[in-house]
Write a protein that binds this ligand. Structure first.
Ligand code: FAD
Length: 539
C-alpha cells in the first residue's frame, strides 16, 4: 500500500475544516483537506444553513439598544444547557465562546465580507427554563449559502494558496494513532476504490456529527427523556454525518461524550426534492407562532407549543405521544406572514440578497413560499372549512384519528379568547404572542392575534410535522486548544477535533440545549483555535 507524507491533514471540508485551513494558511502552513463529498458540495452543511449566528455585543445589537454582555450570555448558556459542572470541557468552551464571539467569530466573518441583517432575532426564549435574555441571533444576509461561498472563496484565493491541496471523493476510514500520538490516516479513493495511507504531523478531524448517514447512530444513542426514536425520524443533517470517525476513535480509547444529547427539530417534512443518496432526507420548517399545534389526534398540546420558544421542549412532548408526530393548524394569512423554512434553499429573498423581495415578503407575506410548499409537499393540507380540512387530514394520514370535535372545540376556544380582547388574554400562547409583538424583530413576523377560523383569512392549512434529526450536541472531547483528549484525560498529540465532530467544542459545548446560532459560530471558533495552535500562535 502506498504511503504519502503531509504536514497537516484536515478530514472534512465543512465550515469547521475550512476555518482551520484558513488559519493554517494565514500562518504559512501547508494543508491537505480530504473530503468525501463532491467538489460542488464543498462547505458542507453551512452552505445549506440559514446562516443565523449567535453573537454578544455586536454593532447591530448596540444600534437596536439591546444590552448584552459576554457574562449575560454565559449565564444564559449555563442555565439553558443545564450545566452542572462549570469546569467540564464543554462548559469551558461555552465560556470561551461567550467571551470571544466578537473577536474570534464576528470580526473574522466581517473581514471576509460576510454581513448581517440589521434586525437581530430572538429564538429560544425558553418554556420552563429561561433561554436567551436578549436577541442575539444574527441572520447572515445571503444565508449560510453566502457565508459559505465567501469563506470558501477566501480559502481558494488565499495569498498562500499554493500551500493548499484538496482531495475530493476521498474518505478517511481510520486515524492511525501510536503511543498517544496521531501519525496518519487510512484513506479510500471513493471513485477508484484504491486504499492508501498518509502520514502527517497533525490531523484535524472536521468530519461533522453523528446526526445523518443512515440515522443508526442517532437512534442507538437516543436520550431517555425522548421516549423512543420514531420510525418516521427524518434526516436533516449530512448524508455523510454517520459518526464513522467517532466509532473509529472509540476503538482506540478515545470515546466521544454526550452522544445522546442531540438537537432535533419538531417541524420536519420529507424533503420534496431529496438529495441523491441521502437516507430519509428532511426539510425543517420554522413553524408559525400563531398556529395551533396539536397532536396526531387533533388535540392541542398543554401547555401550548409556541414556535420560537424551546425546541427541545417541543420534541420531548411530541415524542411522548403515541404517534410521535404532530399537526400545525393555521390559515393562509398566518402562513404567509410567519411560516419559514430553516435553510438556504427555500428562503430565496434571503439567499439571493434580494432587498426588494424581502421587504415585499415582510409587508405582504411570502406567498411564493407557502404556495410552493403546498404544491410540493403532501404534508400540507388545504381546505375552506374545518370539516373538509379534517377529512383531508384523515385521508392523508392513514391512521384516520384526527378528531373533528376535539379540534373544533380547541380552535373555537382560542378564537373566542381573541374576540374577548387583548386585556383578557389568559391563554399561554396569546400571552406569548403579546410578548413577541413587543420586540420589533418579532413583531414584523407575528400576526396581530389572528383567529384561526376567520373566513377572511382562509383557506385553512394543516401541516403534518415529523421529528427531524439535525445537530450533534456531543462528540469527540477536546481541550481549549481543540486537541483531542482520550479516556484517561491525556492529550493525543497531533490530533485535533473541530466543529460538529467535537460536539462544537469539548465534546459538548451546549450541554442539554442550544441558544441557537451557536453551531456555525462554534465551527469557526474551534477550527480557528486548532489552526492557531498548530501554527504556535494564539488568537
Ligand atoms: C438546513 C440547515 C440549516 C442550518 N441552520 C443553521 C443556522 O442557522 N445556524 C447555525 O448555527 N447552524 C445551522 N445549521 C447547523 C450547521 O450548518 C452545522 O452544524 C455546521 O455547518 C457543521 O459544520 P462542520 O464543518 O462541523 O460539519 P459538516 O458541515 O457536516 O462538514 C463535514 C464534512 O466532512 C465530510 N466527511 C464526513 N466524513 C468524512 C470522512 N470519513 N472522510 C472525509 N470527509 C468526510 C463531509 O462530506 C462534510 O463535507 C444548519 C444545518 C442545516 C442542515
Amino acid at each position: 500500500m502506498k504511503v504519502l507524507t503531509y504536514e497537516n491533514i484536515i478530514v472534512g471540508g465543512g465550515l469547521a475544516g475550512i476555518s482551520a485551513a484558513i488559519e493554517l494558511l494565514d500562518n504559512h502552513k501547508k494543508v491537505l483537506i480530504i473530503e468525501r463529498d463532491i467538489e460542488e458540495n464543498f462547505g458542507g452543511l453551512a452552505k445549506k444553513s440559514f446562516g443565523g449566528i449567535l453573537f454578544s455585543g455586536t454593532p447591530q445589537q448596540q444600534k437596536a439598544g439591546i444590552k448584552d454582555s459576554p457574562q449575560l450570555l454565559y449565564e444564559d448558556w449555563m442555565r439553558y444547557g443545564a450545566f452542572t459542572e462549570t469546569e467540564s470541557l464543554g462548559a469551558q468552551w461555552a465560556k470561551f465562546y461567550s467571551e470571544h464571539s466578537i473577536s474570534i467569530i464576528y470580526n473574522w466573518l466581517v473581514s471576509k465580507k460576510v454581513d448581517f441583517l440589521p434586525v437581530v432575532n430572538w429564538p429560544e426564549r425558553g418554556m420552563d427554563v429561561k433561554g436567551n435574555s436578549v436577541p442575539r441571533w444574527h441572520i447572515t444576509w445571503g444565508t449560510g449559502y453566502d457565508l459559505s461561498h465567501k469563506v470558501t472563496n477566501y480559502l481558494l484565493h488565499h495569498p498562500k494558496k499554493e500551500l493548499l491541496e484538496i482531495k475530493f471523493r476521498h474518505k478517511v476510514q481510520s486515524i492511525i494513532i501510536e503511543n498517544k500520538k496521531a501519525v496518519g490516516v487510512e484513506v479510500l479513493n471513493v471513485l477508484t476504490n484504491e486504499k492508501f495511507s498518509m502520514t502527517s504531523e497533525n490531523i484535524i478531524i472536521a468530519s461533522g456529527g453523528i446526526m445523518g448517514g443512515d440515522l443508526k447512530l442517532v437512534k442507538s444513542h437516543w436520550h431517555p427523556n425522548l421516549s423512543t426514536p420514531p420510525d418516521s425520524l427524518l434526516n436533516g443533517s449530512h448524508k455523510y454525518a454517520d459518526g464513522a470517525i467517532h466509532l473509529d476513535l472509540e476503538k482506540k480509547g478515545i470515546p466521544s461524550t454526550h452522544l445522546n444529547k442531540q438537537w432535533h427539530y419538531a417541524a420536519g417534512i420529507p424533503a420534496p426534492h431529496p438529495e441523491e443518496g441521502k437516507f430519509k432526507d428532511g426539510l425543517s420548517l420554522v413553524p408559525a407562532r400563531s398556529a395551533i399545534w396539536v397532536d396526531a389526534t387533533g388535540k392541542r398540546f398543554t401547555p401550548p407549543l409556541v414556535a420560537y420558544t424551546d425546541t427541545s421542549y417541543f420534541v420531548e412532548h411530541i415524542l411522548k405521544t403515541k404517534e410521535q408526530y404532530s399537526w400545525s393548524i393555521m390559515n393562509w394569512k398566518i402562513a404567509i406572514k410567519e411560516l419559514a423554512v430553516s435553510g438556504s434553499d427555500y428562503m430565496t429573498a434571503f439567499r439571493n440578497r434580494d432587498k426588494l423581495r424581502l421587504i415585499k415578503d415582510v409587508l405582504f407575506g411570502n406567498k411564493a413560499l407557502v404556495s410552493r410548499l403546498i404544491e410540493e409537499s403532501d404534508c400540507f393540507i388545504v381546505a375552506d372549512t374545518l370539516d373538509d380540512l379534517v377529512k383531508k387530514m384523515n385521508q392523508q394520514d392513514q391512521n384516520n384519528i384526527v378528531d373533528l370535535e376535539i379540534l373544533k372545540k380547541d380552535l373555537k376556544a382560542y378564537d373566542d379568547e381573541i374576540d374577548r380582547g387583548k386585556k383578557y388574554f389568559n391563554d399561554e400562547q396569546l400571552r406569548r404572542l403579546v410578548n413577541f409583538r413587543l420586540y420589533r424583530g418579532d413583531k414584523i413576523r407575528t400576526s396581530k392575534f389572528q383567529k384561526i377560523l376567520d373566513p377572511k383569512a382562509g383557506p385553512l392549512i394543516a401541516v403534518k410535522q415529523y421529528i427531524l434529526s439535525r445537530k450533534s450536541l456531543g462528540g469527540i472531547p477536546t481541550n481549549l486548544n481543540s486537541q483531542v483528549i482520550d479516556k484517561n484525560g491525556d492529550v493525543i498529540s497531533g490530533l485535533y477535533a473541530v466543529g460538529e465532530s467535537a460536539g462544537f467544542g469539548g465534546g459538548g459545548i451546549h450541554g442539554d440545549r442550544s441558544l441557537e446560532g451557536t453551531f456555525l459560530g462554534s465551527c469557526i471558533l474551534t477550527g480557528r483555535v486548532a489552526g492557531a495552535h498548530i501554527a504556535g500562535t494564539t488568537l
